[in-house]
Structures are given as C-alpha cells and as structure tokens.
Design a binder for this molecule. Sequence first.
Ligand code: NAD
Length: 455
Amino acid sequence: MRVTVVGTGYVGLVTGACLAHLGHDVTCVDTAPDRVAAVNQGRPPFFEPGLEEILAAAIHAGRLRACDSAAAAVAASDIAMLAVGTPSRQGEIDLSYLSAAAEEVGKGLRDRGGYRVVVVKSTVVPGTTDTLVRGILERASTLRAGEFGLAMNPEFLREGSAVADFLEPDRIVIGEWDQGSGHVLADLYRSFDCPKVFTTLRNAEMTKYASNALLATLVSFANEFAALCEATPDTDVEEVLTGLFLDRRLSPILRGERVVPGILAYLRAGCGFGGSCLPKDVAALRDFARKRGLTPRLLDAVEAVNTARPLQLVSMTEEALGSLRGASIAVLGLAFKPGTDDLRDSPALAVIAQLRERGAEVRGYDPLISAASSAIPGIQVCRSAKEALAEADAAIVVTAWPEFAELDWSDLCRKMRRPVLIDGRNALRSAGIPDEMTLVSIGRHFEPEGAAIVN
Ligand code: NAD
C-alpha cells in the first residue's frame, strides 16, 4: 500500500522504515529540512538500534523517500499517518503540531478524489481524533468523515528497541470512525501475527494512556518504597522487591521455570521516570481528568513521587559531602534510559539543575551523548566516565548503562578528589566497588558520619 507518514521522529520514522521494510511504498514528511535531508540520505536523525540498516535498505530499494509537503504526499497515498509530537505545555497537551499536520493532510485529501484513510498515531487525549482532527480534516478537504476514513492507532514502541517492538508488537489497537478505515488498517497489518483490537476512536486513545499510566504508577510505587526504606534503618528496597517479586502472581512458574514478566522492569527503585512519553502523558491525563471535574488522586501522587526522586538523589549527595557549594560532581548517564540518546524530561536534567542551584559544578558523561553537545546548558559533557570523574568530589549514576558496572572503580576511585559514589539506579551493587569508596545506594538508609541514629 502507499503510505504517507507525517513526522519523522521516533514513531514516524520507525513506522515508515518498518512499513517499507515490509514491502509498502512510504513517503515520510517532516517540516524540519535537516530531518528530510538526513532521511533521504538513509541517516536517522537520532539513535535507534537497527533503524539505520532498514532505512538505508528501504531507500536503496526505492520504497521510502522523505519530503516536506504532506499535502502532495497524501494526494498520492492510500493511508496518511499522523505521527507528530504532542508535547506538554504547562501540564496541558499541546496539539498545535497535530493541528498543523492535519491541515496539510486535509488539503492532500481534497487534491485527489477516492477513499483514503487518515490515521492518528500520535498519543492524544480521548476525543481529539473525532473532534479536533476530524474537524480540521473536513474543513481542509471539504469532505465529510466517512468519505475519507479516520482511525486512531496508538503506538506502543519503546525507544531503544523501537524497530523490534514495531515489527513484533504485543497487540495492535485500531480505533475506527468508519468500518472502511478498520478494513484498510487490517489489510496494512495483515502480516502481523498478534491480537488486533478493533474499537472506538476514544477507546484507542484511552488505551494508550492506560498503558503509560500503569508503567508510571509502577515506577512511582517502587520509588515510594525506596523512600520508605531510605528513612528506615536496616531495610533495603532491593531485598524488599526481591521478596515481592517471588509472589507467583508476579512471577509465575511455568513448566518448572520461574518466568519474570517484562513489566517487573518498571517496578524498580531509581531516580524517576523520564523520556518523551511518561511524564507528558501523565500530565496530559491529569489535565484531561481535571477538565472533566475529576481529581486524579492516583496520578497526582505518581507525579509527586516522581518529582521528588531526583531531588532526593541530590540531597543524598549533599549529605554525603556535607555541602555541595563549590563541589565538583560527575553525573554518569544523561539520557532518560540506557540505549537511547533522548534527553527529553530525563531525570538527569532535574538532578543537574538542582546540583547547580545548590552551588555545585557539574560534569556529565553518557555513552551516546557527544562531548560537543550543548544540549545541557551549564555543564561540561565529557568524552569518558574517567574524564568526568577526574578530581570529582562525588559521582552520581543517573542512567543504568551496563558499562558503568564494568568500569575499573578501583582505578577511578584514585582519580577522584573524594571517592563518593551515589548509585541512583542500584546498578553498581555487584560492580566491585572498592572499600575506600563511600557507596550510597538508593532505597537503603544512609548514615553520614556523625549523624544521629533515627529508629
Ligand atoms: P518527535 O518529537 O521525536 O518527532 C516529531 C516529528 O514531527 C519531528 O521531527 C517534527 O519536526 C515533526 N513535525 C512537527 N510538526 C510537523 C508537521 N506539521 N508536519 C510534519 N512534521 C512535523 O516525536 P515522537 O517521539 O516520535 O512522538 C510522536 C508521537 O508519538 C507523540 O504523540 C508521542 O507521544 C507518541 N509516542 C512516542 C513514543 C516514543 O517512544 N517516542 C512511543 C509511543 C508514542
């Protein structure tokens, strides 16, 4: 089928490249000229494992190209997918990119007759597709919904494994305004061997929020226990969670083997969830609830717990050092999780801002963030962990890159001014940290020297 994908971010470009990989003819559209140029040269504008290979192959095979005009591309397509950003503005979902993209797609529908389907892939609050998007499309195309198809098909891929997630999804959810659009998408996804849920537009929109809200809730649940353990001597959140996970309802035993479901990866203590989705989606859903006269108590708490975690990490560092004023702190890991270079809403940003506010000088290192990067103002991004740690008063692990556990900590310890290590992800407990280092683990009571004991 001929598919136009509007927006060449993580969702749009992965969708476009994967559909081309499966044999469809794809045009990717973006308003950013550098993105269009990069895609046409087969270079993804961001890091995502496996994407460069399938993108380059699709371009070479003539099955994918990029341009800046959605209207022209849509006029020559069977399906138009909207995959532009839906960021948060003061806690409210910002639908301006989606509105602009829908306008262009609507013009494309007008330019050529025949039934074509418009699919919202961006994450949007319930009611957006059948009111805002439908209204813009009808006005710009001078057609009525039904004359063109309208569907909502939320995306569940995860950055860092986006290509694999797209090609082997757990499920495909298709909200349909008209039956025709459901049929067209069933055809597009025919080769996918997974459950397909056909439902209303609003159920599809809500399903995406339910999914992300659950993940965020699990993270905050674990972090609530991390905070409780930090305040309680002789407790350790890791041991508490180990005991919790052995409940067979959480990790069933199948054919004699214990199965550890992937969802448990979210039930881990850390310095909070970040990234381009969970924080803004929780915020959008809270705002959505309030506008309906509800008080989203659970989501409010999830957000409050999450906001507190990076600050707690900084307080632990301050306690360990006595003061942060004039201290040199190395932040290890800048992206919101390992395997991506995405800095959006990364907990590292909150940690760095708070360290600087309390008078510390900050150096950072991340395996995927270039030392030339000026993405984080006010800090020096280093080429290696060793460079970041040289003469540091403390190091804080914010992103659980596996390579941090493999560093030669005995050697690094000697390079630091004060060997204090704050493990914000509990990623270094079995990393051979030498006795001379003060290791402060989250979710465990920390007793700075000379402090009074609280029972
Ligand atoms: P992104 O910010 O990485 O990319 C969005 C792209 O859209 C940018 O390249 C931008 O230049 C382009 N764009 C903006 N306005 C445009 C317009 N009018 N016409 C053409 N292009 C335009 O976004 P993303 O992370 O891919 O997210 C897209 C949507 O998918 C969001 O709603 C997000 O919540 C959702 N989502 C994201 C993920 C993820 O892991 N990133 C996963 C699932 C769902």
